[in-house]
Design a protein around this ligand. Structure first.
Ligand SMILES: NC(=O)c1ccc[n+]([C@@H]2O[C@H](COP(=O)([O-])OP(=O)(O)OC[C@H]3O[C@@H](n4cnc5c(N)ncnc54)[C@H](OP(=O)(O)O)[C@@H]3O)[C@@H](O)[C@H]2O)c1
Length: 328
């Protein structure tokens, strides 16, 4: 029988990559993808804050895996809509986590979290490092982690997968905090930009995370056996450190013809954390030992298989698809 996978947030950047990766997998999963405001012919519209509807869908589909990508991921929007953000980022994971422990049809829940649960002062962060988010978004995602792992049951599995800032195929560049840098680089109208050169980021391609999740599901059917279970927290991250300013320089150099970046000024100042301002952690590097360490040393013994930032963008720009034309 085919394993069934439910992907929430499948209209989003990560969820779309995860949905496609499971659909294309040679293991032949039965996959359903959910959307909210952006359903398609394939993606089912469902407001995840409607618990009764979620229960109905899960009871009828009976997934073996739920990859929960839906969230409010924009720190500034989250801060402006605290109640709605608390619900989608904190309460929905609790609903899914509770359903995952159903004795009649348990499933493995993968809750996608963020490096922003850390304060960025002492990288690299191991999976057991104590979270200390600097902003409301990180707090709500940490709340989602606690909700996910707070359900302890012999039924089902609940796993938190933390990832750093994401890029990859998007509908419009503004869907990703990294892809949008291309619009800044391409704006040669004379407008001046100030670009963050304070935070060290580890931009990670959603295609790589999606591929990893398929390999994870292949390796741990039903979340693993009693001999080898999935650990509660995993970190996935590309290794290359860049500030947003450095990413702009790369995108300018890779453009054909190369573009000037004279209109972009680096900003190295440490942001002052004050009420109403979104705090920016300096360096939240995620240690990936939980994935790469050998099994006998407590890791999964799996490879990350991340692609290079420059290499992906070089190909993407050659294909000429990152032009707000939609390539999801
Ligand atoms: N983006 C990053 O750089 C980054 C970094 C670290 C961690 N993360 C985490 O990675 C995950 C995926 O992020 P992403 O960048 O792919 O986000 P995204 O592109 O903004 O997508 C968010 C998804 O959530 C769905 N959604 C929002 N509210 C919903 C609701 N009430 N009911 C059902 N679905 C709802 C959206 O559906 P519609 O669009 O159809 O409304 C969309 O599919 C999130 O958990 C995020 O916190 C992201």
């Amino acid at each position: 029988m085919k394993a069934k996978v439910l992907v929430t947030g499948a209209s989003g950047v990560l969820g779309n990559a995860v949905y496609n990766a499971f659909k294309k997998s040679s293991t032949n999963y039965e996959v359903k993808g959910l959307a909210h405001s952006r359903p398609t012919d394939e993606l089912i519209p469902l407001d995840l804050t409607d618990e009764a509807k979620v229960k109905e869908l899960i009871s009828s589909f009976e997934p073996d895996w739920v990859v929960h990508c839906a969230a409010e991921r924009r720190p500034d929007v989250a801060a402006k809509n605290p109640e709605a953000t608390r619900t989608i980022n904190g309460l929905v994971p609790l609903t899914l986590s509770t359903f995952s422990a159903s004795p009649s049809h348990p499933f493995t829940l993968i809750y996608i979290s963020t490096d922003y649960v850390f304060d960025g002062t002492s990288p690299p962060y191991e999976v057991d490092a104590k979270p200390k988010p600097l902003q409301f978004y990180g707090e709500t995602k940490y709340g989602g982690e606690q909700a996910t792992l707070g359900v302890t049951s012999e039924y089902g599995r609940r796993v938190v997968l933390r990832v750093p800032v994401l890029y990859g195929p998007v509908k419009v560049n503004s869907d990703s905090a990294i892809n949008i840098l291309l619009d800044v680089v391409r704006d040669q109208s004379g407008k001046q930009y100030t670009m963050d050169h304070y935070q060290t980021r580890y931009p990670t391609n959603v295609l790589d995370i999606a591929d990893f999740l398929v390999r994870l599901a292949d390796t741990f059917p039903n979340g693993g056996s009693s001999q080898r279970r999935l650990p509660p927290i995993l970190h996935y991250s590309a290794p290359e450190p860049y500030t947003k300013y450095e990413m702009c320089l790369i995108l300018a150099a890779l453009s054909n013809p190369p573009l000037s970046h004279a209109h972009i000024t680096p900003d190295e100042t440490e942001p002052i954390i004050m009420p109403g301002r979104v705090g920016r952690p300096r360096d939240c590097q995620l240690s990936v030992r939980s994935i790469e360490d050998p099994v006998e040393e407590g890791g999964l013994g799996m490879s990350l298989d991340t692609q290079g930032f420059k290499e992906w963008w070089e190909e993407e720009l050659l294909r000429g698809v990152s032009s707000n034309s939609g390539n999801i």
